[in-house]
Design a binder for this molecule. Sequence first.
Ligand code: AMP
Length: 216
Amino acid sequence: QTMDNSRPDGLCPASGFLQFGLKPQLMQAISKLGYTTPTPVQERAIPLLLSGSDVIAQAQTGTGKTAAFMLPVLQTLKQGQSGIQVLVLTPTRELALQVAQAALEYGSHLNTEVLAVYGGQPYGPQIKRLRQGVDIVVGTPGRLLDLIKKKELDLSRLSSIILDEADEMLSMGFVDDIEEILSTSPSERQTALFSATLSPKIISMAKKYMHAPQSV
Ligand code: AMP
């Protein structure tokens, strides 16, 4: 026997997500995307992140890891506050664009301003957008650090940092850039680290820069 979750307006009720107590605007976005049930990484990471814990999650691409960190971040985003609240570090331009797109989709009813930044692109347009005001910045570590050094990326209002595909970033040689970004950002921030593999290098970085991280 199958349950018919369809509604005349074509939206799925996303009933499996009710447990998290997400804002109606997020539930609406999830329904529109057709998600009905959280994936295992979402099931475990979303409540931890909503409770304010740091999280270290072992998750491959395709497991729904993006929503696992983006939904809690959007839930706790302060409306109408100026300054960047969330920074997501990704190993590649492609992933930066993909994560930024997901943030726009999940945040479509919250008027969230999202910007992707990466190397190989002129600084001008990225700086212009940053000056206009952005809530969430997604980017590759090198370009993010360049913008921080140019004083165009101000992390003083930051409340969360996400390291996405941390193992990839380390194998691409971004370790110094990542550590510099982490040590520049406010220490009371929340930090989440997602990685397909958890090498000793990643564990030691987590120990150094995260507060009592919960494992998923
Ligand atoms: P990710 O692992 O974040 O790259 O997500 C992989 C794909 O799964 C993306 O196309 C998402 O839109 C989709 N997705 C994420 N969470 C869910 C869910 N709970 N139900 C159905 N699809 C999902």
